[in-house]
Design a protein around this ligand. Structure first.
Ligand code: FUB
Ligand code: ZN
Length: 607
């Protein structure tokens, strides 16, 4: 299938328009300001000295690059001189300090300045940073016509080719953190230069073929080096790294027709989908290595679920979607979009979650008795800044470009994967076709699609969560319909409340249910339901009311439930089974922790 760039679509209202406005008016400045406070941009003056605060880190360049890419996406949608100036100034500084051989990394040029240390340590992210700089350079050139960063990347890549593919004298063969591979494919697409496709294949193919040296705390699967990539069938190791690698594998399979690579991608995808992802779509079951663990191990409280990993799975899913019309990929994208990804951004647009657990019990995080051996637990409140700040600028590049997940086309059939109030102008069969979606989705499931400029066959995804759909019969989850030029079709996906149980092998969810309505997963918070929400039993026979919560500005669900009737203070007592009835409020998962620290749970006990 063929994809369409995000800027072919204008989102004209609803959920994603609100988020795009939030990023444009608030979040991008919040990211910029916090980065500035932390010395991220000062570092590019190259005058940091030992003993000074804010020592540049070896992956700071990647954060800056993602912020520049975010500005490029926003600018592509709507010119913004202020943002462009911020990016121009940083790009100018970066380019002015590029080594004459093409190399650049703020850490290795201002902190550890020994040139023999460059490309010596596999887990030092130099190629990861370059990957993000390439993505930023492409986006910025495309948005503004300014190619300084792109020229910088061309020079840097000549040097990389020299060190890794010609002289082969770097300290490792493949990067510890993937990213450059998919960026190289993107650069090949942008420039048409096959050299970059060859470099991407090189870095993908060489992975896992030999021992390449490890950090002292990880093993080979941490960075997907335990096997040659074509032999990998289960998702292993650091979740973000894995997603960026698998995305590049799918990119290469699509462009080269490499069946073996595609088969590996399919196996990896299905392993994630059927065994190793949360109901919110998030991935990364353990903070130890920020990594996948084993099948069905999906702890709620200790879940890692990094925002960047959710983004990575959206990227991998989109690539898989290009091979075949199977709704599982777009379903997963939707699951992430409305749950495990968007939960990373606060409603204010100024604070973030790096980890997105499915349960929070604040006391749990205070139980360390030793200063030395601390359990790592996800943060319970949103933060404005993280020392390791990969997620915020990743969020700000995804939201402006979210429309890239809407449509694909194959042989004149337009696949409608997602639903957003929007107007798109797409080149199909040599004609410019205007597609308008009129909808309040995800608030309700009614979508009107108008086609202008050509007759067209539409293939509309029937969301996997919708069991009550009664329209055209769907094949692999897509309902096909012929639409005449100027005609409007209406599809309706009733949004009933559904109770979802996990596979019995998921021990952490045993005997519990989660609540979904439309694409949203819901959760309970103590701020609405009182402390001790683990004791609550949701009455599954009660009628759920959809109620607008003014404080959150979203619709919540109100159900009936029970709480054990208990007075007294004894630690243990005779069980009586007595219960008192109470209302139970469920809020969309992505809105959790927007009202301070509070207990939260997705999977809940029930009667
Ligand atoms: O290592 C760079 C980034 O920081 C990773 O992608 C994230 O998972 C975090 O570890
Ligand atoms: Zn991250």
């Amino acid at each position: 299938m063929r994809e369409f760039p995000f800027y072919n679509t204008r989102i004209t209202g609803g959920f994603w328009k609100e988020k795009q406005d939030l990023v444009r008016n608030t979040t991008i400045y919040a990211v910029y300001d916090r980065f500035k406070d932390a010395g991220r941009f000062r570092a590019y003056d190259f005058n940091w000295e030992e003993g000074m605060p804010d020592q540049p880190h070896f992956f700071w360049d990647s954060d800056t690059a993602k912020m520049i890419e975010s500005i490029a996406c926003l600018t592509k949608l709507k010119k913004n001189a202020k943002l462009e100036k911020l990016a121009d100034d940083i790009i100018k500084k970066i380019c002015s300090h590029q080594d004459e051989n093409g190399y650049f990394n703020v850490y290795y040029m201002t902190v550890d300045k020994d040139p023999s240390h460059r490309f010596a340590t596999r887990d030092r992210h130099e190629l990861y940073c370059l990957g993000h700089l390439i993505e930023a350079a492409i986006a910025y050139d495309d948005a503004t016509g300014k190619d300084a960063l792109l020229q910088f990347c061309f020079r840097f890549l000549d040097y990389v080719e020299q060190r890794f593919m010609i002289e082969k004298n770097a300290g490792f063969q493949t990067p510890g953190h993937e990213e450059i591979e998919l960026a190289l494919v993107r650069l090949y697409d942008y420039t048409g230069n096959k050299k970059y496709l060859k470099m991407a294949s090189h870095f993908v193919d060489e992975r896992g073929k030999r021992e390449e040296g490890l950090t002292d705390w990880s093993h080979e699967s941490y960075n997907q080096s335990h096997l040659p990539v074509r032999m990998q069938k289960t998702a292993e190791g650091h979740a973000v790294r894995a997603m960026y690698l698998y995305s590049a594998m799918a990119d290469l399979a699509l462009r080269t027709g490499d069946e073996e690579l595609l088969e590996a991608c399919k196996a990896l995808y299905d392993n994630i989908l059927t065994r190793r992802s949360y109901i919110t779509g998030s991935i990364g079951q353990s903070s130890c290595g920020e990594a996948f663990t084993v099948d069905y191990d999906l702890p709620n409280m200790a879940s890692y679920s990094e925002t960047c990993a959710a983004i990575g799975l959206m990227m991998f899913s989109k690539r898989m979607m290009l091979f075949s019309a199977d709704r599982k990929y777009a379903d997963m994208i939707e699951r992430l979009m409305y749950n495990g990804f968007i939960s990373g951004l606060s409603l204010s647009g100024k604070a973030f979650f790096y980890e997105n657990p499915l349960e929070i019990m604040p006391y749990f995080y205070k139980r360390n008795v030793s200063n030395t051996f601390k359990e790592h637990a996800p943060a319970t409140v949103r933060k404005e800044y993280f020392g390791c700040s990969c997620c915020p600028p990743n969020i700000t590049r995804v939201i402006p470009s979210i429309a890239s997940y809407l449509y694909t086309e194959e042989d004149g059939v337009l696949y409608v994967h997602q639903f957003m109030k929007s107007v798109s102008t797409l080149e199909i069969g040599g004609k410019s076709v205007k597609i308008t979606q009129k909808t309040a989705y995800p608030e309700n499931g009614k979508v009107q699609i108008t086609v202008k400029g050509s007759d067209l066959k539409l293939a509309v995804r029937v969301p996997g969560w919708c069991r009550e759909y009664t329209g055209e019969t769907a094949e692999n989850g897509y309902a096909y319909m012929d639409v005449k030029d100027g005609e409007t079709v209406t599809v309706n996906f009733p949004m009933k409340v559904h109770f979802i149980a996990a596979n019995p092998r998921v021990l952490h969810d045993a005997g519990k249910v989660a609540v979904m309505r439309g694409p949203f997963v819901y959760c309970m918070e103590a701020v609405d339901n009182g402390e001790g929400i683990r004791n609550l039993k949701l009455n599954m026979r009660s009628r759920m009311k959809v109620v607008k919560n003014e404080e959150l500005g979203v619709n919540v669900l109100v159900a009936k439930g029970f709480r054990p009737a208990y007075t007294g203070d004894a630690l243990y007592r005779e069980y009586t089974g007595e219960m008192t009835e109470q209302d139970i409020v469920l809020v969309p998962y992505y809105t959790f922790a927007n009202r301070g620290e509070s207990e939260m749970q997705v999977f809940t006990d029930h009667t």
